[in-house]
Every structure is written in C-alpha cells, then in structure tokens.
Design a protein around this ligand. Sequence first.
Ligand SMILES: NC(=O)c1ccc[n+]([C@@H]2O[C@H](COP(=O)([O-])OP(=O)(O)OC[C@H]3O[C@@H](n4cnc5c(N)ncnc54)[C@H](OP(=O)(O)O)[C@@H]3O)[C@@H](O)[C@H]2O)c1
Length: 142
Amino acid sequence: MDKTMKTILVTGGNGQLGSELLAISKNSPHTFIFTDYLELDITKEKTITTFFENHTIDYVINCAAYTAVDKAEEDSLNATLLNTQGIQFLAHACSSFSIPLIHISTDYVFDGKSHIPYVETSLVNPQSVYGTTKLQGEQYAL
Ligand SMILES: NC(=O)c1ccc[n+]([C@@H]2O[C@H](COP(=O)([O-])OP(=O)(O)OC[C@H]3O[C@@H](n4cnc5c(N)ncnc54)[C@H](OP(=O)(O)O)[C@@H]3O)[C@@H](O)[C@H]2O)c1
C-alpha cells in the first residue's frame, strides 16, 4: 500500500465546512471518511474509542460543533456538551491513538475590540456562550 496515502476522518461532516471538505475530497488522492452524529457522535466517548479501534485513521478534521450562536445563550448545556466536552473526548481519543487532530476555532473567541487583525496568539476574550464553549473546547484540543 502507498504509505503517502492517508485516511482522513471528518467529524460533523454534514455541516457547512464538512460539505466544503467533501467537495475538495473528490479531487484528493487521500481517503476521506465523512461522519456526522449518526455515525460518530463526538459527545459519546466510548463511541469515539470504538470507531478508532475499528478504523485506521491518520488524521481527524473535526467539523462537529454547536454553531447556533444565539440559541446557545439559552442552551448552554448542549453548547457545552458539544463544543467543550465533545472536543475533550475527541482530543483525548486522538491523543491515545496518536492521531493528529485538526480543530477549527472561531472569531467568537475574541471580543471584537481590536483595531488590528487577530492572529492565533491574540488575547482571547469571548463575549458569548458560543465563544466561551468554543474556547474551552480548543483549550482541551491544544
Ligand atoms: N461556518 C462558519 O462561518 C464558521 C466560521 C468560523 C468558525 N467555524 C467553525 O468551523 C467548524 C465547522 O462549522 P460549520 O459552520 O461547518 O458548522 P455546522 O454547519 O453547524 O456543522 C456542524 C455539524 O456537526 C454536526 N453535529 C452536531 N452534533 C454532533 C455530534 N454530537 N457529533 C458529531 N457531529 C455533530 C451537525 O449536525 P446537525 O446540523 O444535524 O446538528 C452539523 O452537521 C466549527 O468548529 C465552527 O465553530 C465556522
């Protein structure tokens, strides 16, 4: 087997970013496995572990997220479950199986008051439930 060929798991693959990756993947030499919560619910730790035991995965791109920014203000439990705890489970499993995890941040981790463009090292200061849960998730991922 060609060792340069990689198998890339995409979680939350039915969403906006996942759909873009699906389009790109059609021209890729690599093998993509697209999953959404029905195939791989990232809030279920054992489900992730079982999936990793049954598939050989080289990289994970996590597109799963609770992205309803306004709704999250009244639904912080579910936003936290997915954006924070789900990422904790996924990051932990990736670490255990030595699989690099690519996770996506958001402008909502910043407070929007900067007059210069944000960079990865800019000071975070989320102003919403969505931004807070996303920040906590990416801190676990880091
Ligand atoms: N789109 C943007 O403009 C934008 C900008 C900045 C950052 N981002 C970041 O990019 C990433 C992807 O965002 P997106 O816009 O593609 O989000 P999205 O369209 O809301 O897609 C998220 C996907 O995750 C699925 N999902 C929900 N619960 C799940 C679970 N427990 N396990 C696995 N999958 C689950 C959703 O399914 P259901 O729809 O059925 O719930 C949906 O298909 C997120 O981290 C987001 O914060 C996006």
